[in-house]
Design a protein around this ligand. Structure first.
Ligand code: ATP
Ligand code: MG
Length: 407
C-alpha cells in the first residue's frame, strides 16, 4: 500500500500557513489490512482509520457517486484498485485536490498549484453540484484566503441555487461552516462570496435582504445596511476573537431588512424586529444558547449604547441588568465590543474611539461596586433589599453621568 498526504494540509503547506491536521489517503489497501496493521476504524460512512501512534486520519482511496438527494445519497466505492487520481477527482476544489508522496513530490492532476498562485477557487469536476456543503466551504475559503471564485464555478453554484440544492443543507453543517467563517480575519468575504453566487438569499435570507436597504441616510447616504453590517462584522473581527461577539455584530441590524416603508428612513423600531429575526435565525441554525443570548441583547440594546448620554440612569441600569453583567462581567465586555464594532462599521469611523465606551464602563463599575451586603446588615429583608440596591445603583450611575457631562 502507498500513503499520501492530501487535502488541506498540502494546500496550507504550499501557502506557507500552519498545518492544522494532517489527512492521509491510502491506495491499494483494504479495511482488513488496515486493522491488521493496528489502525483503528472510525468512519461511519466511509473507510477512515486512525494511525495507531500519531492518531492522524488515514482514508482509503475512494470514489463517490450521488444516487439520491441529501446527505445519505452517496454510494461510496473503496477498493484496492481505486487510484490516487480517482480519489483526488472526488474532491471539491483544485487547491484541495493535491497529494504529496513520501518523497515530497506533488501529484496535482487538476492544476491546483496554479490556482493557488492565482488565488482562485475552482471546482474539480461537475460533481461539485452533488453536495451543497461545498458552497459553504468555497465561501469560507474565499474569506480565509481572500481568493476569488472562478467564473465557471460561480455558474455551477448558480445552477445549484436555481435547482434548490441548497435546501438540502442541514442546520448543523451551516452553523459549523458559519463558525469557521466567523473565525477568519475578514468574515464579510464569506457573505460577499455567497452573495456573488446568489447563494446568500437561499442560506441566509435575512442577511441578503439588508442589501439595497438604505442605512439611515441622514448620516450615511453612501452605504446601504448590508454594507454597514459587513463593515460592523469585520470591525468585530478586529476587536474580538470571540465568535459570540462576531455573531452578535452580524445579527444586530437584521430588523432593518423588514422596516415598513412608513418608518423609513429612520428604521424606527428596528431593534424589536432584529430580536425577532435573530431568534428565528438562531432557532433555525440551533445556535448555542450563550451565543444566541448575547446576539439577542445586542439586537435589542445596541441603539442604547449610542444614545447613552440621552438615557435615564434607570434605563442604563436596566441594560446592564438584562445582560446579567453583575454575575457575568464578561457579558458586559462582549456587549460593548459589539457596540463598538457597530460604531466603527461606517466609512470614516473605522479607527475612531467610541465616546460612549468609557462612560458606559464607568456606569457599570459604579453600579457593580454597590452590593446587597450593607442593606442586609441594616436589617432589610426580602424585596426591600433589591429595591434599595437598585435605588443606590441608579444614584451612582446618575453621579457618574453627571460628572462626565460636566467635565
Ligand atoms: P480545513 O483547513 O478547514 O480543515 P480542509 O480542506 O482540510 O480545510 P477537511 O474538512 O479537513 O477540509 O477535508 C479534507 C479534504 O477532504 C479537503 O481538502 C477536500 O479535499 C476533501 N473534502 C472535504 N469536504 C469535502 C466535500 N464536502 N466535498 C468534496 N471534498 C471534500
Ligand atoms: Mg482539514
Amino acid at each position: 500500500m502507498n500513503t499520501y498526504l492530501v487535502g488541506g494540509s498540502v494546500r496550507d503547506q504550499l501557502l506557507g500557513s500552519p498545518i492544522k491536521d494532517k489527512d492521509w489517503v491510502v491506495v491499494g489497501s483494504t479495511p482488513e489490512e488496515m486493522i491488521a496493521k493496528g489502525y483503528q476504524p472510525v468512519g461511519k460512512d466511509f473507510p477512515v482509520f486512525l494511525h495507531p501512534k500519531t492518531h492522524e486520519e488515514y482514508a482509503l482511496a475512494r470514489t463517490e457517486r450521488k444516487t439520491a438527494p441529501g446527505y445519505r445519497g452517496f454510494v461510496v466505492h473503496a477498493e484496492p484498485d481505486i487510484t490516487l487520481e480517482q480519489d483526488l477527482a472526488r474532491r471539491d476544489l483544485t487547491i484541495n485536490a493535491i497529494a504529496q508522496a513520501d518523497d515530497g513530490s506533488l501529484i496535482d492532476p487538476f492544476n491546483g498549484q496554479q490556482d493557488l498562485k492565482d488565488k482562485v477557487l475552482r471546482h474539480v469536476s461537475p460533481a461539485f453540484t452533488e453536495d451543497p456543503v461545498r458552497v459553504l466551504r468555497i465561501a469560507r475559503f474565499a474569506a480565509r484566503f481572500d481568493f476569488t471564485i472562478a467564473d465557471e464555478t460561480k455558474r455551477l453554484i448558480q445552477q445549484m441555487v436555481a435547482a434548490k440544492e441548497l435546501d438540502h443543507l442541514v442546520s448543523e453543517r451551516v452553523w459549523q461552516e458559519l463558525v469557521k467563517a466567523l473565525a477568519t480575519d475578514k468574515p464579510s468575504l464569506f457573505f460577499m462570496a455567497l452573495r456573488g453566487t446568489g447563494a446568500l438569499a437561499s442560506i441566509f435570507p435575512e442577511i441578503d435582504r439588508l442589501f439595497g436597504v438604505p442605512q439611515v441616510p441622514k448620516w450615511h447616504p453612501e452605504i446601504d445596511t448590508g454594507i454597514h453590517v459587513m463593515m460592523v462584522l469585520d470591525q468585530a473581527a478586529k476587536l474580538s476573537d470571540e465568535i459570540t461577539v462576531r455573531f452578535a455584530a452580524l445579527c444586530h441590524d437584521l430588523g432593518k431588512g423588514t422596516t415598513p416603508a412608513d418608518v423609513l428612513p429612520q428604521h424606527i423600531g428596528h431593534e424589536a424586529r432584529s430580536v425577532e429575526l435573530t431568534a428565528s435565525l438562531c432557532q433555525r441554525l440551533r445556535v448555542p444558547k450563550d451565543i444566541q443570548s448575547l446576539a439577542l441583547k445586542v439586537a435589542e440594546y445596541h441603539t442604547h449604547v449610542h444614545l447613552l448620554f440621552e438615557l435615564r440612569p434607570a434605563t442604563i441600569l436596566k441594560v446592564i441588568e438584562s445582560l446579567d453583567a453583575f454575575r457575568r462581567p464578561e457579558r458586559f465586555e462582549q456587549f460593548m465590543l459589539a457596540g463598538e464594532a457597530d460604531f466603527r462599521g461606517r466609512p470614516g469611523y473605522e479607527k475612531l474611539a467610541m465616546p460612549e465606551k468609557k462612560a458606559f464602563k464607568c456606569c457599570f463599575l459604579a453600579a457593580k461596586a454597590i452590593t446587597a451586603k450593607p442593606f442586609v446588615e441594616a436589617g432589610l429583608q426580602g424585596p426591600a433589599i433589591n429595591e434599595a440596591l437598585r435605588k443606590q445603583r441608579i444614584q451612582s450611575i446618575k453621579q457618574v453621568m453627571d460628572d462626565i457631562k460636566q467635565s
